[in-house]
Design a protein around this ligand. Structure first.
Ligand code: NIG
Ligand code: FE
Length: 387
């Protein structure tokens, strides 16, 4: 039996909340890893012995980031759209179709190689669990191919056949929704855990989205929703009505949306990389937190609205632009992501949890926001193994 003790941790973020500190911070701490799980966490002075020891040198340790929203299987990029946006062109959902064309044209080997590169980026920045969506195939075969490729790198695969209406169905919306609910869902469900819809003007109506989510649930998938990204829509209300694990974006909310979220188990996942990359206003995280809504942070890494895989950047943006405290932001990027994926084995450093941890090259998690853009991830353990 191999056990590893990480000791001399200056600041340990356990996420085992105590009154006044949702991050459950312990100073002068140690963590015992036994195989793929956390066996013990507490004051270094009380640490049990282990077969190997790692000296953290007074640095900070946090749970691995949980990025609950990415779109990492795609071909091409849309740098030209980004540049145009920075000169005033607004973001539009229709750009997705360009990536659909590039993705359909790419081989499995090309997509797999690209995906491997993104996974390396995620790991290098401290992300130990990540969700990946389909949604750039939009044919039965292409969606199934993307789901299969995503399942090679994560257990958290989301079928997003309802990302945008593909060009070839322009005048046949109902037929496309039928296809998503029928043959496409049947082909993707074996590789997927989740079903998602883009419920927004320019994508799918709440009626269409409801049909699709219900069909997915009938096949054993669980719901998540893209909603309220580009305007006040019905996405949030729909997500709550279907008991979605999460509704993502939440940029435009009215009081009713906030109240509905607060009374539900649906997490509000905020994606500040999108607002950064589209020059939209940031969501009002303070309003959600004050209403006691569970908030998660995720990257939404995709070639259109947010081409970054950096969870430390999300923390920095949430703190600087969305009035979250560092403690709230780090919690949201770790435990919040775990809630958004309805996982109880990740997102905290406590006995029985998966041994997914990040040793920062910093004395405190505050540096994640205080030193934006600086690579602060020193060592990453995933299931007890150093990546
Ligand atoms: O989450 N909103 C829908 N989907 C992505 C954007 C996809 C794209 O522009 O390619 C998002 O922002
Ligand atoms: Fe997205």
């Amino acid at each position: 039996m191999t056990t590893t003790l990480i000791t001399n941790i200056g600041e340990l973020t356990t996420n085992v909340g105590v009154p006044g500190d949702v991050c459950g911070t312990i100073h002068a701490a140690a963590v015992l890893i036994d195989d793929d799980r956390i066996a013990w966490a507490g004051a270094a002075a009380d640490a049990p012995s282990a077969s190997a020891t790692v000296d953290a040198g007074g640095r900070a340790v946090i749970p691995g980031f949980v990025d609950s929203h990415t779109h990492l299987v795609f071909g091409g990029d849309r740098a030209d759209e980004f540049e145009a946006r920075m000169s005033g062109t607004p973001y539009a959902a229709g750009g997705i179709r360009r990536t659909v064309a590039a993705t359909r044209a790419a081989t499995d080997a090309e997509l797999r190689e690209r995906l491997a590169g993104f996974v390396a980026e995620l790991h290098g920045q401290g992300t130990t669990t990540f969700e990946v969506k389909t949604g750039y195939g939009l044919t039965v075969d292409d969606e199934a191919r993307l789901a299969r490729l995503a399942a090679e790198v994560t257990d958290e695969v989301t079928f997003l056949g309802a990302h945008v209406l593909p060009t070839e169905y322009t005048d046949r919306r109902d037929q496309y929704v039928d296809l998503v609910c029928g043959e496409m869902l049947a082909a993707c469900a074996p590789h997927s855990r989740w079903i998602d819809v883009f419920c927004e003007t320019g994508a799918f109506t709440s009626g269409e989205a409801r049909r699709i989510l219900d069909a997915g649930k009938a096949r054993g998938l669980r719901a998540r929703v893209h909603g309220n990204q580009l305007g006040h829509g019905e996405g949030v209300r729909l997500a709550v009505a279907v008991d979605a694990a999460s509704v993502d974006h939440c940029t435009y909310l009215d009081d009713e949306d906030v109240a509905a979220l607060a009374a539900s188990d649906t997490v509000a996942t905020l994606l500040p990389g999108v607002e950064f990359s589209t020059r939209q206003p940031y969501p009002d995280a303070r309003r959600l937190l004050d209403a006691r809504v569970t908030v998660a942070l995720a990257s939404d890494c995709n070639p259109g609205s947010s081409f970054t895989s950096s969870m430390p950047l999300m923390v920095a943006l949430a703190v600087r632009e969305m009035n979250m405290t560092v403690t709230e932001a780090v919690w949201a990027a770790t435990a919040g992501g775990a809630r958004a994926l309805r996982r109880d084995d990740i997102g905290a450093i406590a006995p029985g949890m998966r041994a997914d941890l990040v040793l920062l090259d910093a004395p405190t998690r505050i540096h994640l926001a205080y030193r934006p853009g600086v690579p602060l991830v020193r060592t990453v353990w995933k299931d007890g193994v150093v990546l």
